[in-house]
Design a protein around this ligand. Structure first.
Ligand code: ADP
Length: 235
């Protein structure tokens, strides 16, 4: 049997979290839980949450902690996440969210927190070229002569630039990342769960580094999480 895993992937916007989470979720056979995707689905469905979230998201802000912790608690209680684990993408994003997650996962703690490290200048370039399928969320890179209309290879949906990938919203999100999310690196370092992975490499190489980092955790910390780990570019 393929062992499951309970993982968090941290990293700046455009670090490649979405792409790597899809691959990690297939590799460990666990659900990929992206709070951004959940909010975008709520926006598409026009639910009260979606209506509230759209305004915040388009401005590059953050949806309230209590709401986010509630959404994630509900999702992690579903049988697939309870039985096999999950990979969390985009959550937690603030220290109060991390505290909320500690409470939710008290019985089944997180195995590892992976910080996909890519410098700000590089993610800015990547985000300006990022295109996303409006229906299934698959990421693409624009370059040269783009197809118009651009149809998703996976589901046939429209591939466009995200509404919140404007230069102003991106810059606000990156600032918020430094203020609100970067402190989580220290938070998880103190808990001995953090593994820093250098994300400046090909998609395949970054995936190899991430899976190596998780195996390392499983091998060295089967029962205890008290040891501090910080590995840059797992060999
Ligand atoms: P990005 O990492 O590029 O900002 P996401 O898809 O993870 O993209 O999130 C898109 C938007 O959804 C965020 O800018 C924010 O407004 C909202 N969002 C997603 N996750 C959270 C969260 N954990 N807490 C608060 N807001 C969130």
């Amino acid at each position: 049997m393929i062992p499951g895993a309970r993982l968090i992937l941290l990293g700046r916007q455009g670090a490649g979290k979405g792409t790597q989470c899809v691959r990690l979720s297939r590799h460990f056979v666990v659900p990929h839980i992206s709070t951004g995707d959940m909010l975008r689905a709520a926006v598409r469905e026009g639910t009260p949450l979606g209506t509230m979230a759209k305004e915040v998201m388009d401005a590059g802000g953050l949806v309230g902690d209590e709401i986010m912790v509630g959404i994630v608690a509900e999702r992690l209680a579903k049988p697939d996440a309870v039985g096999r684990g999950y990979i969390l993408d985009g959550f937690p994003r603030t220290v109060p969210q991390a505290n909320g997650l500690d409470d939710i996962t008290a019985d089944r703690p997180i195995d590892a927190v992976l910080d996909l490290d890519v410098p700000r200048e590089l993610v800015l370039q990547r985000i300006s070229a990022r295109r996303v399928c409006r229906d299934c969320g698959t990421n693409y890179v624009a370059g040269g002569v783009d197809k118009e209309p651009w149809i998703c290879d996976v589901c046939g949906g429209d591939v466009t630039q995200r509404d919140d990938d404007t230069p102003e919203a991106v810059s606000r999100r990156l600032d918020l990342y430094e203020e609100q999310t970067a402190p989580l690196i220290e938070y998880y370092e103190r808990q001995g769960r953090l593994i820093v992975v250098d994300g400046v490499a090909s998609t395949d190489e970054v995936f190899r580094r991430l899976t190596a980092a998780v195996s390392y955790t499983h091998l060295t910390l089967p029962t205890s999480y008290s040891v501090e780990i910080s590995v840059v570019a797992v060999p």
